[in-house]
Design a protein around this ligand. Sequence first.
Ligand code: NVA
Length: 312
Amino acid sequence: MTTRHLLADDDLTPHEQSGVLDLAQRLKAERHARQPLAGPQAVALIFDKPTLRTQLSFAAGVAELGGHPVSVDGALAQIGTRESVADVARVVGRQVSAIVWRTHGQDRLEELAAHVDVPVVNALTDEYHPCQLLADLLTIREHKGGTTGRTLAYVGDGANNMAHSYLLACATAGMHVRIGTPGSHQPDGEILARARTIAAGQGGSVRITDDPVGAVTGADVVATDTWVSMGKEGEKGDRTGETSPFAPFAVTRELLGHAAGDAIVLHCLPAYRGLEIEAEVIDGDQSVVWDEAENRLHAQKALLTFLLTASS
Ligand code: NVA
């Protein structure tokens, strides 16, 4: 038996990613038709970090697929301290059909996946947020008619999970990805190398720059994320204060003015108006963040369907 996981964005080939997005579009169009997964399907949703969208969209999505979501509070489970990740994996993997886990280090997720034979889905780690990217790509398809050849500029913290996932998932989708970030917050070198290799094979490209205007000029999509990711709260003063290295990368009306006239704006949320994004931008005509948030549901239903089918 093969078990398929989504631990990082490039666990899906370009063909598979495109198939998941096709299915997501179909499930969205047929939202109220029954689309059951085969057999009874309990899915564990485990959260070691705060969540709103992810817990809700997975719970609703599993229910819409006819399955049963089981939420586990990571603070109670204390995975890795009360018992080892491997022992938790051996127990949980025998109770449910899939495991969705939001946690800290990617190594924890990989260890869990190594000890189960049901699909494991990365619901955000310090390194990646691949479910968000499936929703973002679905949103780009809807508003831009496709992903191939489109340019996405992500500006802000270039060393966080969203930057890494934009690099990998957009390269997989044949896009030109630009990351505008200060020299002090560069993406991980190994992830960047993977993204460049994927982009070369898909006709896309990857560019890292410390020039915010250069990053967004002519872009079809402008994306940003909080400057204070979960786990970085101790650096909040440096990251958001007057001398924040991210300040020039804030998505203001002025910066957005350098993008294509019909550019769309993405933000995975939660958003901090007046920091990484101006209120007039996120609440303005070019913002599609509410479609993006809704698309978590459709993209994840398609992903679970794909992983469970491909694993059996
Ligand atoms: N980079 C953010 C994403 C939140 C969805 C974080 O990790 O907190």
